[in-house]
Design a protein. Structure first.
Length: 94
């Protein structure tokens, strides 16, 4: 099984569980990057987890990254549709 590169869309409370999952399954997946409409939230989360993942300016930048195989939508529920559709159109797993 190859390692899956994941981008996190949104840096809210849900995001922390995915950092933990990625840390516990390093052979299966790694967090490649994260984006949030509030850039400081993404930066703080990366700093908290001492992550070398990238901080993307927006969803489009994350989806353009060839290292991203899949995205996990961690926004509030009402904001799931737009990044999900963009990701699917970009050929990413959601």
């Amino acid at each position: 099984m190859s390692q899956l590169g994941i981008a996190l869309i949104g840096a809210g409370g849900r995001t922390t569980s995915f950092f933990g999952h990625a840390a516990s399954t390093p052979a299966e997946c790694r967090i490649v990057g994260i984006t949030d409409v509030i850039p400081d939230k993404a930066r703080l989360l990366l700093d908290h987890y001492s992550s070398d993942a990238r901080r993307y300016e927006d969803t489009d930048e994350a989806l353009a990254d060839p290292d991203v195989d899949a995205v996990v939508i961690c926004t509030h529920d009402a904001a799931h549709a737009e990044p999900s559709v963009k990701a699917l159109r970009a050929g990413k797993h959601v």
